[in-house]
Design a protein around this ligand. Structure first.
Ligand code: A3P
Length: 323
């Protein structure tokens, strides 16, 4: 498939964007969310794929194992705003999810019933649709209003600025749907100036943080917590979503979602995505915070503070293993 040229960055209602995320704007804004949709929102490179994979396993690994084997993650968890000539758009996937995943409408309620039983969901509503898990990088002010109207659940993932920008730089090198990254020092300056696709990291994490204060349907997670306390964060996710998987299922999900296991899984490691050039860089590079990183988040006591993040012995061990 022919990949169109790399796009230019331009100002879109005050946020730097490219045409691949704005040309389908009316359909994105008019997108009809459902109450059982689950949206995973993040600034780029915060671990959106990781959380997508975890949620897909939680909801579907028992009921549709084929889905894990043959459908790439970016089709199982469509990217709402993605729109590139020659590729199905995010809204196309979402509006056709059931047929795309080979689950016929006739069997839909059976799938929902199995899904509900496996997950321990107490009440089964026969008219419920299969939950759609949706990815977005939109800053909070751009999100389709239907998600708020329908009260869909939203999981926001934040990652520290330093690791985000390093990851973003390597990603832009290998992703032909992104603007040319240029050299590292100019890239870093652009990041600090907020001139990146999806705008400023600072505005993004802060905007969603502000929103979650008055919106109980947003769960705000941190990538670093997921690394350090995967099980605890998984419990948080399940309780937010009203799921109660058995400890065996939880163990399986955690095992499958380990960095190395995901990296070796062609349906989850990005290698099925035609715009990514793995000769330049892998999609999943390190998956670790640095030994000591500084990150800035809006804290609950309402100030933007710098926090030193000391990696746990677990991460130290992982690093030693890698050396
Ligand atoms: P690195 O480039 O630092 O390796 P996103 O999915 O939002 O684009 O984020 C991508 C980042 O999440 C990459 O970071 C990737 O390696 C990391 N990631 C993906 N799966 C992971 C996992 N199972 N464990 C830890 N990090 C993971």
């Amino acid at each position: 498939m022919e990949i169109p040229p790399r796009p230019a960055l331009f100002d879109f209602h005050g946020v730097s964007m490219t045409k691949y995320f704005t040309e389908n704007w009316d359909n994105i804004q008019d997108f009809k969310a459902r109450p059982d949709d689950i949206l995973i929102a993040s600034y780029p490179k915060a671990g959106n794929t990781w959380v997508s994979y975890i949620l897909d396993l939680l909801y579907f690994s028992h009921v549709s194992p084929d889905r894990q084997e043959v459908v790439p993650l970016h089709e199982r968890v469509p990217f709402l705003e993605f729109y590139m000539p020659g590729f199905p758009s995010g809204t196309f996937f979402l509006n056709n999810t059931i047929s795309m995943l080979s689950i016929s409408h006739r069997h839909c309620s059976v799938v929902v019933m199995q899904c509900s039983l496996m997950l321990g969901v107490e009440e089964l509503n026969q008219s419920t649709t299969v939950p759609r898990i949706i990815k977005t990088h939109l800053p909070v002010q751009f999100l389709s209003k239907s998600f708020w109207e329908q009260n869909s659940k939203i999981v926001y993932v934040a990652r520290n600025a330093k690791d985000s920008v390093v990851s973003f730089f390597h990603f832009d090198r290998m992703n032909k749907a992104q603007p040319e990254p240029g050299d590292w020092s100019s890239y870093l300056k652009r990041f600090m100036d907020g001139k990146m696709v999806f705008g400023s990291w600072y505005e993004h994490v802060k905007g969603w943080w502000e929103k979650q204060k008055s919106h109980p349907n947003i769960l705000y997670l941190f990538y670093e917590d997921l690394i350090e306390n995967t099980e605890e964060e998984l419990d948080k996710l399940c309780s937010f979503l009203g799921l109660s998987p058995s400890s065996e299922s939880k163990k399986q999900v955690m095992e499958k979602a380990l960095f190395d296991n995901m990296k070796n899984n062609k349906m989850a490691n990005g290698s099925a995505d035609a715009v990514l050039d793995f000769k330049i860089s892998p999609f999943m590079r390190k998956g670790l915070p640095y030994l000591v990183v500084v990150f800035v988040y809006k804290s609950s006591s309402d100030f933007f503070g710098a926090k030193f993040y000391r990696c746990s012995s677990l991460i130290d061990q992982k690093l030693k293993k890698k050396r």
